[in-house]
Design a protein around this ligand. Sequence first.
Ligand code: ARG
Length: 560
Amino acid sequence: MKEEILNTLKEITKEEIIQIDIPENTLFGDYSSNIAMIMAKKEGKNPYTLAEEIVAKLQGKKNIKLIFEKIEVAGAGFINFYIAKDILLNNLKKVDEKYGNSDLNKGKITIVEYSSPNIAKPFTIGHLRSTIIGDAVANLLEASGWKVFRDNHLGDWGTQFGKMIYAIKTWGNEGKISKLDNPVKELVTLYVKFHEEAEKNINLEDEGRKWFKKLEEADPEAKRIWKRCIDWSFVEFDRIYKSLNVSFSKEFENGRGLGESFFVNRMSGVISELEERKLLKIGKEGAKLVFFEKDKYPPAMIIKKDGTTLYHTRDLATDKYRLEKYNPDLIINEVGSEQTLYFRQLFEMEKLLGWFKEGQRIHLGHGLYRFKEGKMSTRKGNVIWMEDVLKEAIEKATKLGSKGKISKIVAIGALKYNDLKRDPKTEIVFDWNEILNMNGNSGPYLQYTFARTRSVLFKSKSINKVYDAVNINSEEEAILRAIVHFPEVILISSSNYAPNLLCNYLFELASKFNTFYNKHSILTNENESVTSFRLNLTKSVGQIIKNGLNILGIEAPERM
Ligand code: ARG
């Protein structure tokens, strides 16, 4: 329907770019265009009169007349479109498991990278945010037709592994670590011990460097211990991903993701490419750096003075590999906002190398989590373990009345939704009351509304398809009008990488349904056709909530 308006307006106005909005309040129609105001400004005309002229022309178009019962000029010259009731009713029949999916971006390839925790370190709340938001964005892109590869850029390389190996060899017991329920806890303890001891003994830093050098030279013992660190970390990571029901593409290390270490041997290609393009400059002490035009960013170091490479070097190698292997139209990194400058430098280098054009590289940053109980610090071992957060969520959901498997679905849904409902850039104050609120804009509220639609349907005999003759009331009409927008909201959320827009929509839809539910009886009423229509409406709302939640990565349980 939006397309219909767009095409007809283009034909009438001869304008190339026309914006069509979905007004927040249906009082202003189902769609609205400011085209008359834009044109009036250009042509020095009165916007209101121009809008009226356009409306008169629109009224003359048969296709438009068929879809819209009213087209109105409002405010300073907005053109508002109201969909006719029979079209709204007809649209209800389109709602099925596929409703919301489109092939608009068919043929386009994207790599969405998310989660990306560090080996031998705790999986932080920041990684949790990245996992939740990245997965939802990947789902949104898939729903709008993209071919999506999901990657986990593990932090499995760097000088800290030298220290880690030394610490394990000196104070650790590999056999014991392997038997632990969460081996990373022990690795963190060993790492903290290394730093404590290093304060007393200056030789330890050298030992660490020595072991990292061995690792780089593929010394069998160094490699073996390093590999064990990865497996130990995955004891926890696998558990977290399983609880969250999140996964990565099989082509990347069988679903583990391509970590930084995968690219260590692929860095020389990047370095020669940078050199060929004369982008590498020698710094004061012999390091090699890329400088940016007019110093718009600080220079990015590619090779240290001692010849070792850095995080940027590995990221360049990663994207070169992705480019050569998948030729993606888009690569998204879902990583905390504290790395914003880092990614700006990276993208600028990739532009200088001619790898990507504007818009093909996206850093989707998320803000910090703040805890009501105070800040957390990883340094001092004052770590929040993800498993404790997940456990606590489940306990709290159980206290609220859900049982067994359902309490887990509710808890995880609540955590995810809490993250997804807001603009990712904003900081979150972690508040259990808000997260598990059954009445507010929360995961449990949507799951509960879905379960309510199911329970109504369970109680009904069967749904009769004939309902066209009903007189719809205003609560029903509001729902019908909202239903039309679901596929458009998916596209908008997807092209803006903004799951929060989908959340807002689902919350609005659920609220409209609950208003209707509280005011009207669905099952017991005088007219069979009315019952049938209301059941269909209920079923469709449930289906849309389910489709939407699934895209967000949230399960919709049949019962709560
Ligand atoms: N492992 C990093 C961290 O925990 C995040 C990696 C982000 N992705 C990237 N391509 N640099 O901070």
